[in-house]
Design a protein around this ligand. Structure first.
Ligand SMILES: C[S@@+](CC[C@H](N)C(=O)[O-])C[C@H]1O[C@@H](n2cnc3c(N)ncnc32)[C@H](O)[C@@H]1O
Length: 253
């Protein structure tokens, strides 16, 4: 990249507030996932793949906890990747790749990873692709490495309560927007597009994600993901964290 953004920390902060408006317990799930990384590496220079990592939210938190970590952020959004690149500079690698194409692995640095973490992203992929991706992720992990995916994953036993939890979360989010505590998703993208350093990348992004792109969302329960991880060949698969309508599933290679 020719020039780093002037204010990546401010963009990261506003991204975090915008995302927390959807997931008030976002930091809790991140902490649970980082604990899993610590557990399989003793925190000793963990090598992390931050899959569909956007601005590098997970990588930045791992580096804050383990400054000698080696992180790779993979995503296809040029705006978010510019933010990741500017925040990480020489502390990590940024890879531009589309996870709907199995060829994404060829773009990675050669070494296997101790951990692959992803959050709030894979619900944009169709079911058959998520299952195949789990097997591909397993291949880039070293034996004993861990994968975790945090996303919306309801508990099938609680359909009524889940609906109420979602409605409650929506009310809290609207209140945050009304007071300016958080920026809405469309407003955040408007601000990014208006930034002189990001404007051209926002145009590029619009080609990758046409307006209706996010109308497709596939949100199976956590049990579906656990089964898919087992089918993908993970030695162990289960629920690492749960909070209301969301969960983080994990697989151990
Ligand atoms: C809501 S963001 C979450 C980013 C980050 N994990 C976080 O929690 O801050 C979802 C990310 O998934 C990425 N994504 C969605 N589909 C993708 C694909 N096919 N290939 C690569 N990245 C993808 C988007 O570009 C976006 O950065």
């Amino acid at each position: 990249m020719s020039a780093y953004l002037k204010n990546p920390a401010a963009w990261q902060e506003s991204w975090d507030r915008q995302q927390e408006a959807f997931m008030p317990d976002r930091e809790e799930r991140f902490a649970a996932m980082l604990n899993a990384v610590a557990a399989v590496t003793d925190g000793d220079e963990p090598r992390l793949l931050d899959l569909a990592g956007g601005t590098g939210s997970i990588s930045l938190r791992l580096l804050a906890r383990f400054p000698r970590a080696r992180v790779t952020v993979l995503d296809q959004d040029p705006v978010l990747l510019a933010m990741a690149e500017s925040s990480l500079r020489d502390r990590g690698t940024v890879v531009d790749a589309d996870l709907s194409d199995p060829g994404w692995r060829a773009k990675l640095p050669g070494e296997p990873f101790d951990a692959v973490l992803t959050a709030t992203a894979l619900h944009w992929l169709p079911p058959e692709r998520v299952g195949a991706l789990y097997a591909e992720v397993r291949e880039v992990l070293r034996p004993g490495g861990v994968f975790a995916n945090a996303d919306h994953m309801e508990d099938e036993g609680l359909p009524g309560l889940s609906e109420k939890l979602r409605a409650h979360r929506d009310r809290v989010r609207e209140a945050r927007y009304a007071t300016g505590a958080a920026t809405s998703w469309p407003r955040w993208w408007e601000l990014a597009g208006a930034d002189e350093q990001l404007a051209a990348k926002a145009v590029e992004r619009a080609r990758i994600y046409p307006e209706k792109h996010h109308d497709f969302e596939w949100i199976p329960p956590a049990t579906w993901h656990v089964e898919a991880l087992r089918t993908a060949g993970f030695r162990e698969a289960g629920i690492l964290w749960r909070g209301g309508t969301d969960a983080a599933v994990a697989g151990l290679k």
